[in-house]
Design a protein around this ligand. Structure first.
Ligand SMILES: Cc1cc2nc3c(=O)[nH]c(=O)nc-3n(C[C@H](O)[C@H](O)[C@H](O)COP(=O)(O)O)c2cc1C
Length: 362
């Protein structure tokens, strides 16, 4: 079979220009190992993971494969302590749902709202994955350099040219250009996220032409035709999240997997209601009602903690009404394949798509 290869593949030590996007509940060690072993790059979404669990999960991958993998963190600033009035409004807004699911009333959310980023970064330095990526912000240059000095390649996500240029100036090895179609949180950190909704097709091309370092395309890519399109735009790899949610190795709740598999065109909306930051998800009752009521919410990531028990109880009950079903606009193109089979299918489809394009030349 012909080979699919870009210079970034060599730099990251992967056979295929294909990266499974980091997704906190989906990215189990089983998923990461299966994707990486199949020649793509598996990624941990470790944003909400405590450092000791990060270490354990990395070991679990290394027990299964010697292939490279990526560890991903959120680097957004934590909000200051939230005052009692804001707490009350946000708690009241979800109290009825807590009651409906048979949960005790929600309690005020206290800092720290997320695992300590510094401790998570130390865990990354201990793990020394082949790749480290960050989302929702930038990082001090000396920290990027320190991680790179351990032999780790570093990437960051951008929703606009200014963010891509800022990351390039920090010295990252590659940029993930996240188009508006993408599932999950918008990576915006320099501009209002709602002003940075350029689609993948335009964004990848704009960023490829604005920076000198490799660009990875993310958002709405679900099959080999999409990967071939990303490569044609000048991306050196495609970064797929939603496509991997239904894999049996993925830890996403059943309701999330089924909703992705059965989704229709226009099923997704950008919502802040689950976490306090805009993210694309399959629209459900919680999103619709909270939006209609303009319900008060806490700042990110405190809102994520506030909705945590609700989301967990709904996931356990197989109730999609309150699960954060983050997914991109390409969700209707998803399929339930084991990760290695999905990677193989994506490889074969990309080669076919490139052949079809070559045949157009007559
Ligand atoms: C369920 C889910 C969780 C996500 N969590 C993260 C994350 O923790 N870190 C991150 O960098 N990106 C995260 N993303 C965004 C992806 O990195 C990527 O931009 C997106 O999946 C690409 O669009 P697609 O889902 O249409 O393939 C998440 C996406 C999804 C669908």
């Amino acid at each position: 079979m012909a080979e699919l290869h870009t210079p970034l593949c060599d730099r990251l030590g992967i056979r295929l220009p294909l990266i499974q996007a980091p997704m906190p509940s989906a990215s189990t060690p089983e998923l990461v190992a299966a994707v990486s072993h199949a020649g793509a790059l598996g990624s941990f979404g470790s944003a909400y993971t405590q450092p000791e669990t990060m270490l354990r999960e990395a070991e679990a991958v290394r027990a299964r494969t010697h292939a490279p993998f990526n560890v991903n963190l959120f680097v957004a600033k934590q909000p200051p302590a939230i005052d009692a009035a804001a707490q009350r409004g946000a708690l009241d807004a979800v109290a009825g749902y807590y009651q409906e699911l048979g949960l005790p009333p929600p309690e005020p959310v206290r800092p720290p709202y997320a695992p300590d980023l510094e401790a998570q970064l130390r865990a990354v330095e201990q793990i020394r994955p082949a790749v480290f990526t960050f989302h929702l912000g930038d990082m001090p240059q000396e920290r990027v350099r320190r991680i790179q000095a351990l032999g780790v390649k570093v990437g960051g996500s951008a929703n606009c040219i200014a963010e891509a240029r800022n990351l390039e100036a920090l010295g990252v090895d590659f940029i993930v250009a996240q188009g508006a179609e993408a599932g999950g949180h918008r990576g915006s950190y320099l501009r209002n996220p709602y002003d940075s909704m350029t689609g993948t097709l335009a964004l990848v091309r704009l960023i490829v032409r604005s920076v000198k370092i490799p660009v990875v395309a993310a958002g709405g890519i679900m099959d080999g035709a999409g990967i071939a399109a990303a490569l044609a735009l000048g991306a050196q790899a495609a970064w797929l999240g939603t496509a991997f949610i239904p894999c049996p190795e993925s830890g996403s709740p059943r309701a999330h997997k089924e909703s992705v598999l059965n989704s229709k065109e226009d099923a997704t909306l950008v919502t802040e209601q689950f976490s306090g930051k805009p993210a694309r998800a399959i629209a459900n009752r919680f999103m619709r009602e909270m939006h209609e009521r303009a319900a008060p919410q806490l700042d990110f990531p405190a809102q994520n903690t506030l909705t945590g028990k609700l989301r967990a109880a709904a996931a356990k009950a197989g109730n999609p009404d309150f699960v954060a079903m983050y997914a991109g606009q390409g969700a209707p193109l998803s399929r339930a394949l084991p990760a290695a089979e999905l990677v193989a299918a994506l490889e074969a489809e990309t080669l076919e798509a490139l052949d079809r394009l070559a045949a157009l030349r007559g």
